[in-house]
Design a binder for this molecule. Structure first.
Ligand code: ARG
Length: 466
């Protein structure tokens, strides 16, 4: 049975049907915001003291008691009673039990509407910081792996058809770029998270001479929201964070998909550590990439959260509506999911082993140097590219029919397709040469990828120091 002493008891008699009471409650989720709730209240009471809205001595007593509640909750001496409607009611109730008159003064000049969103913004800031650490860890491992495999050749794919040789390092560094953009998106959203709604009260502001700048600065907010109605109505930052999470997990999912593919017998490019793969209950030969699959699978959950919050907010009239209580579960679940995924994904990448020989063999079998064969005729022998393309295509066809590769086709045969060919064709189609001549900025040549890695390392060093 839920506690009947509702903080809103008065006009209504607070005799909710138990089933409605349970439905209405959010403590199951917002209990996780207890630290932020007390921190917010401490800032609020400091402000009430500074502005003399409340007697400074009373404020000190409230502060001391709130601090005690904080440390008791922290140590486990005080346990959250989930029969309360939400964390705000619970903490206010504990305070009022201990300081019967003063406890009831804490809510002067604020409402649960600005309180709840203050808490959530503080929680979000902390969660973003945690996520940023996890992303940086992943970025470091990607760069480390790239450095280890700077000379390993991989067939690059388009349409999942072998296309052109790239280095494994280059491929990994493509993920570096995706994840660093994800990182920047979290950095960017922080400035919109750190806007203090505290003091907007229910929606219209308050007639008490409060100092919103003061409480905001105590809490580490960068600004104070400008419009009290918007302050309690806005959940854009929740949408943005979940959206950032959705993009981040989309990248993790693409990476996961490649790990799943690469670890098949058919590809055999990588081997996942036994610590990050499972066996089958029935087929003894199997090693399953469950961790990668589950990461890919959890993408659905985060996309779902994004769609849910967008839908919750669509069509809501200003200002606060109870629909918005849904925001916390969706945000917390998205963040938890990403923290979980990253926590397991990074060590999985760190511990995987790369079968460079298999990658190279596959690269050699895929005619991925056919473009270079055509380029040879064009750049070295002056054959127009379209003609050169047709000649190279005919050569590939011949090789496939005769179980040959561009490397094993003899020069006489080459010359049957075009008299322009000479010995130098073998150098032109050499896989290492094909790779290393792609020196355009951002290209796959080892010299270029080394530069990319160097830039990334410098950047990460700065981020880790900041
Ligand atoms: N549990 C509510 C939420 O998370 C707190 C705000 C309650 N405000 C109100 N007017 N009922 O949104």
């Amino acid at each position: 049975m839920r506690k009947s002493n509702k903080i809103w008891e008065g006009f209504t008699d607070a005799k909710l049907e138990p089933i409605a009471d349970k439905f209405n409650a959010s403590i199951g989720i917002d209990k996780r915001l207890w630290r932020e709730d007390i921190t917010g209240s401490l800032a609020h009471v400091s402000m009430l003291k500074k502005t003399n809205v409340l007697d400074p001595k009373d404020c000190d007593k409230i502060t001391t008691e709130l601090q005690k509640i904080y440390s008791e909750l922290n140590s486990g001496a005080l346990v959250i009673d989930e029969s309360f409607e939400d964390i705000h009611s619970f903490i206010e109730n504990v305070l009022s039990e201990r300081l019967p008159t003063l406890g009831k003064m804490l809510h002067t000049g604020r409402s649960r509407n600005d309180q709840t969103i203050t808490d959530l913004r503080l929680y979000a800031k902390k969660a973003i910081d945690d996520l940023k650490i996890k992303i940086r860890e992943l970025l470091c491992i990607i760069v480390e792996k790239a450095e280890m495999h700077i000379d390993d050749i991989l067939p690059g794919y388009t349409h999942l058809q072998r296309a052109q040789p790239v280095s494994f390092a280059h491929h990994l560094m493509a993920y570096y770029e995706m994840f660093i953009r994800d990182y920047d998106r979290f950095v960017d959203v922080t400035k919109r998270v750190l806007v203090s709604p505290l003091g907007a009260a229910a929606l219209a502001g308050t007639s008490y001479p409060i100092d919103r700048e003061y409480s905001a600065s105590i809490l580490g907010f960068l600004e104070v929201s400008r419009n009290s109605i918007d302050s309690v109505s806005d959940r854009d930052f929740v949408i943005e964070i979940i959206s950032n999470c959705a993009i981040l997990i989309m990248h993790l999912s693409r990476f996961s998909e490649e790990l799943v593919l690469w670890s098949t017998t058919e590809f055999g490019f990588i081997k996942l550590s036994n610590k990050f793969s499972t066996g089958s209950s029935i087929m003894p030969q199997k090693k399953n990439p469950d961790i990668a699959e589950l990461t890919r699978g959890k993408t659905g959950r985060v996309y779902g959260n994004l769609m849910a919050i967008l839908t919750v907010m669509k069509g809501l009239p200003l200002a606060y509506n109870k629909d918005m209580q849904e925001d916390k579960e969706l945000l917390l679940d998205s963040i938890d999911t990403l923290i979980d995924c990253l926590s397991v994904f990074t060590p999985m990448i760190k511990t995987l082993s790369v079968n460079s020989n298999v990658m190279l063999k596959t690269a050699n079998e895929g005619f991925i140097n056919a473009t270079d064969c055509a380029d040879y005729l064009t750049s070295q022998k002056g054959v127009p590219f379209r003609t050169a393309y047709t000649i190279a295509g005919n050569i590939v066809k011949h090789c496939i029919e005769n179980n040959l590769t561009l490397e094993t086709l003899n020069l006489d045969k080459y010359r049957e397709f075009s008299p322009h060919f000479d010995e130098s064709i073998y150098e032109a189609i050499d896989m290492n040469n094909c790779l290393n001549k792609r020196t355009s900025f951002g290209g796959t040549a080892t010299s270029e990828v080394s530069k990319q890695i160097k830039m990334a390392k410098d950047h990460l060093l700065k981020l880790n120091e900041a």
